[in-house]
Design a protein around this ligand. Structure first.
Ligand code: LLP
Length: 415
């Protein structure tokens, strides 16, 4: 369905993309700020929305989140520094550090900045407690089962490295170092369904009963899915909230105090706000297969190669010709990297797939949709390819929110 670039309701429309291709060298990322704000509104029922910035950590996006009263999650010192740069405050719960380990540098900065820690291991509690008595901590609990759109994004169960298996073992450590336990957190994976969700909510209540400590917060983690394909339905947020709210009420009753309910989405807030614009540079036949190669590679958009993820692809013809949508060709879309896996149409495990696309010409632009989450933030310099531009559309103006890296900048690290 290549014609389905939105023509009216969103800023990611044909007119804007055409303007951008005239102004900027492809490939580049584009985000629509309005879409992000609309997604934020959908989560208003939660007491705290904490943006999992790993999905899209550009500081301009973080500033937008801050302006809309969100808090932020950081999983590295780099993400903490990004959050501070964007205006989130130290000595508060605006930033929470979530991880399964500390490196020395990160640990000392977390203590200096006084940032609460969501601990995914008992060692973290010991290492933090031994030098920062009284520090505010959460426990990230592995509920002993998980779920995810790919094995690689499942964050619960025996095969996951994430979280604390038996939270009761954390209690003597918390006591010994006088740490302040303020919350419990569970994130079982990305792309969660309601059945799993019920189990997680139940597991959260069980954990609180097991631990029996006067916490202030519970966090539902992230994992809210978005419809990447046209036949997938958007998640019912009311249903999602209701399940968690019921868990919150039970916990509140058990502890006899109010409990704040946090949610920590990444993908849900930003995926649909972003696209990757690339240009077709080569078209060739390999036996019976028709390959169309664009100037963006898996170093830019990693998800199809890493997980076999599907991204809708639409065509923007360079010469304004009418696209014949009813006449399609089975097409493989790939990039420029010197690696066979640099294919955007593949399933998990690496089998090549084809997409039914109309006739494509050299110079046409291919748009990869729903790439606002885990797009730019997962890019690399593989094949010595510089990071590409990020552009934000805000009130119908285009703003470059990340410049294209130069090869000189890239090489300067090795001087
Ligand atoms: N909270 C924690 C502790 C997490 O580990 C994650 C994601 C999130 C929140 C946000 O999850 P989300 O709402 O975005 O599903 N690169 C993969 C996703 C990896 C997610 C890792 N943790 C992808 O492209 O699908």
């Amino acid at each position: 369905m290549p014609e389905l670039i939105n023509t009216t309701t969103s800023n990611l429309n044909i007119k804007n993309i055409q303007l951008l291709t005239k102004k900027y060298q492809s490939p580049f990322w584009v985000y629509d700020a309005n879409i992000i704000r609309n997604k934020i509104k959908l989560l208003k029922q939660f007491d705290i929305i904490r943006f999992a910035q790993k999905a899209c950590s550009n500081t301009h996006i973080l500033k937008l989140m801050k302006k809309n009263n969100l808090k932020v999650d950081a999983v590295s010192l780099g993400e903490i520094e990004r959050a501070l740069f964007a205006g989130f405050k130290k000595n508060s719960n605006e930033i929470i550090f979530t991880a399964d380990l500390f490196d020395e540098e990160t640990l000392s900065k977390i203590i200096e900045y006084n940032i609460p820690v969501n601990a995914g291991s008992l060692d973290m509690l010991k290492q933090l407690g031994s030098i920062s008595s009284g520090h505010h901590v959460w426990l990230r609990i592995n509920p002993k089962f998980g779920y995810g759109h790919s094995k690689k994004t499942n964050t619960g169960g025996e095969n996951s490295k994430h979280g604390i298996w038996d939270p009761r073992l954390a209690l003597p450590i918390i006591k010994k170092y006088k740490l302040k336990l303020i919350g419990l957190h569970m994130h079982i994976g990305s792309g969660v369904n309601y059945e799993h969700l019920k189990k997680v909510c139940h597991a959260m209540v069980e954990s609180v009963v097991q631990i029996n400590k006067k916490i202030k917060f519970i966090s539902a983690g992230g994992g809210l899915p978005i419809p990447y394909k046209f036949d997938e339905k958007p998640i019912n947020i009311n249903k999602y909230f209701t399940l968690w709210d019921e868990a919150r009420k039970k916990i509140s009753q058990f502890l006899n105090k109010p409990i704040q309910l946090e949610i920590e989405p990444g993908r849900f807030l930003v995926a649909e706000s972003g696209i990757l614009v690339s240009q077709v540079r080569t078209i060739k036949k390999m036996g019976n297969k028709n390959f169309v190669l664009v100037d963006a590679g898996f170093n830019d958009l990693m998800r199809p190669t890493m997980y076999g993820s599907y991204h809708h692809i639409s065509i923007l013809p360079k010469d304004n010709r009418e696209i014949e949508v009813n006449k399609t060709i089975d097409t493989v879309i790939g990039g420029p990297l010197c690696e066979s896996g640099d294919i955007f149409t593949q399933e998990e495990g690496g089998n090549i797939q084809t997409r039914k696309l109309p006739s494509i010409k050299i110079g046409d632009y291919l748009i990869f949709h729903d790439t606002g989450a885990y797009g730019a933030s997962m890019s690399s310099n593989y094949n010595t390819r510089p990071l590409i531009q990020e552009i934000l559309i805000e009130n119908n103006t285009f703003k470059v929110i990340r410049k294209r890296q130069t090869i000189k900048e890239l090489l300067s690290l090795e001087e």
